[in-house]
Design a protein around this ligand. Structure first.
Ligand SMILES: Cc1cc2nc3c(=O)[nH]c(=O)nc-3n(C[C@H](O)[C@H](O)[C@H](O)COP(=O)(O)OP(=O)(O)OC[C@H]3O[C@@H](n4cnc5c(N)ncnc54)[C@H](O)[C@@H]3O)c2cc1C
Length: 464
């Protein structure tokens, strides 16, 4: 069986070959999971000339990357863009011929708001992520009280932490460097990416660059001011949506790719599928989320499975709403809004997808994504319609709605995550690697890098 998506298979096993008949050196590497991490692992194996079998439980490739269409609306249920500062996703896109399809968020509509006390405030100008580069612009913005603003700006005078090797939470880091009130402004942007509890989120895992900058420059504000000005876009996506990337990788894979092939158990020398079929391999790259990977490893690697079982998750729900432009009193040519962390509502952010990216809604229409913490989807929809009405003056019903239900599916990366990952790896043989959002980073560039790195590690382990 070969890749159903591949136009030109090249790395194939002989017809009718039985993997268990091959010598260990000839056996394929088995990749469990066809999300972006697993696809990247398979792609790396192919680049290295190593045979592989990719096993995906579902009936499509891409995992959490899900682009869907409703008439001429393009709906992203999870990722809608990826950072270009980490090069790995763009490199992969280039390698599979997708670079001409690369697009960037629109500059002409780059208006962002901050919802505080029920009021929509314009976002401060001259920020890098959340770090103010221009003190006066930050003071004018009113996103913090005058005292909170001055404390945040005084970060330049806060000495770096001495015990630099110890992990700490995002809340500890922000409070220590920028003051307690700054949490209200920083958490929505920083923890928002991770859908995380700031009191739990590991700085070492999620933001090692900020810890490094603190040590190098003594301050994040000083460090960011020392960086050269940005001249190129920060984010990228694809004309046909984020699923273009897993689809293009899927088409480029010429080895064996099986859909609807859930793995039940992982062994040091292969896997057992839910169907009972036993596949032998020289190594296994496990990229399924922790809640699937743990049980898969429990039979042969109970200690690793137990450690994986301790990894926590968080919940989020995205409500996607489509309207006609003339239903709004507000000008919807904007990117969206972030919600003050102390606002006390379950909504965390709104992306006006049609304003942020070209080609997400037909002319004269508006496509919105409203994000929530752990909220039942029906309730989230009711609330989302209410917020959109209240904030943007919409009248009438949406043309349609959709959900991205990610309850229990966002990795929490609690303080000490990297040590936990080290312990998981130590409890597995070198030819069995775990990688992917639950383990090595949520962002798509990190997933690509982790998949490729894990593939190389399995090849190296199997060579010894
Ligand atoms: C709402 C939301 C918004 C996001 N926005 C962004 C963004 O804007 N930018 C960004 O960079 N990232 C974003 N992310 C993160 C990013 O989408 C994910 O971290 C990434 O897609 C995870 O890829 P993965 O391959 O590691 O895991 P997954 O995509 O979860 O893939 C794992 C695969 O394993 C398969 N599997 C499970 N069990 C088995 C089994 N037993 N046998 C075989 N296969 C199995 C699953 O079916 C799945 O296909 C977002 C995530 C969410 C939820």
């Amino acid at each position: 069986m070969t890749n159903p998506l591949s136009a030109a298979p090249s790395v194939r096993l002989p017809e009718g070959s039985e993997y268990h008949a091959a010598s260990p050196a000839e056996q394929p590497v088995i990749v469990v999971g066809g999300g972006l991490t697993g696809l990247s692992a398979a792609w790396e194996l192919q680049q290295q000339g190593v045979p592989y079998v990719l096993l995906e439980a579902g009936d499509y490739l891409g995992g959490k990357v899900q682009t869907e269409f409703w008439d001429d609306f393009l709906i992203e249920k999870a990722a809608d863009a990826f950072v270009l500062g980490k090069p790995w996703a763009l490199e992969l896109a280039r390698e599979v011929g997708l670079e001409p399809e690369l697009i960037h968020p629109r500059e002409d509509t780059k208006r962002l708001y901050f919802l505080k006390g029920g009021e929509l405030l314009p976002f401060p100008e001259h920020l890098r992520m959340f770090v103010p580069l221009d003190e006066e612009a930050f003071r004018r913005s009113r996103v913090l009280s005058p005292e909170g603003t001055e404390r945040m700006l005084a970060e330049v005078n806060v000495p770096p932490r001495e015990n630099a090797d110890e992990d700490e939470s995002l809340a500890s880091f922000v409070t220590r460097r920028f003051g307690k009130e700054a949490m209200n402004f920083i958490v929505p942007m920083a923890a928002g990416i991770y859908v995380a509890n700031p009191f739990e989120l590991s700085m070492k895992m999620a933001f090692p660059q900020f810890l490094a900058m603190e040590q190098k420059y003594g301050s994040l504000i000083a460090g960011h001011r020392a960086l050269p000005p940005r001249t190129t876009p920060v984010f990228g996506s694809f004309r046909g949506g984020m699923s273009e990337l897993p689809r293009a990788v899927g088409r480029a894979l010429s080895g064996e790719v099986r859909l609807n092939a859930p793995v039940r158990q992982v062994h040091a020398d292969g896997v057992t599928l839910a169907s009972g079929e036993r596949l032998r391999g020289r190594g296994v790259v496990v990229t399924a989320p922790a809640w699937f990977s743990g049980p898969m490893l429990a039979g042969d690697f109970p200690q690793a499975a137990e450690l994986i079982g301790e990894l926590k998750t968080n919940s989020s729900v995205a409500v996607i709403l489509a309207y006609r432009e003339n239903q709004f009193t507000a000008d919807m040519n904007m990117h969206g809004l972030q919600v003050d962390w102390s606002e006390g509502i379950p909504m965390t952010a709104i992306t006006v997808h049609s304003g942020k990216m070209h080609g997400r809604a037909p002319a004269g229409h508006v496509l919105i994504r409203v994000f929530f913490k752990d909220t039942e989807p029906g309730e989230a929809r009711r609330l989302a319609e209410g917020y959109v009405q209240e904030l943007f003056g919409v009248t009438g019903e949406p043309l349609f709605h959709a959900f991205g239900d990610w309850r229990g599916k966002n990795p929490a990366y609690v303080v000490g995550h990297l040590d936990q990952l080290g312990a998981i790896r130590a409890a597995l043989p070198a030819q069995v690697q775990v990688a992917g959002a639950s383990f090595t980073g949520v962002g798509l560039p990190d997933c690509v890098n982790a998949g490729r790195t894990a593939a190389r590690a399995v090849i190296a382990a199997a060579a010894h």
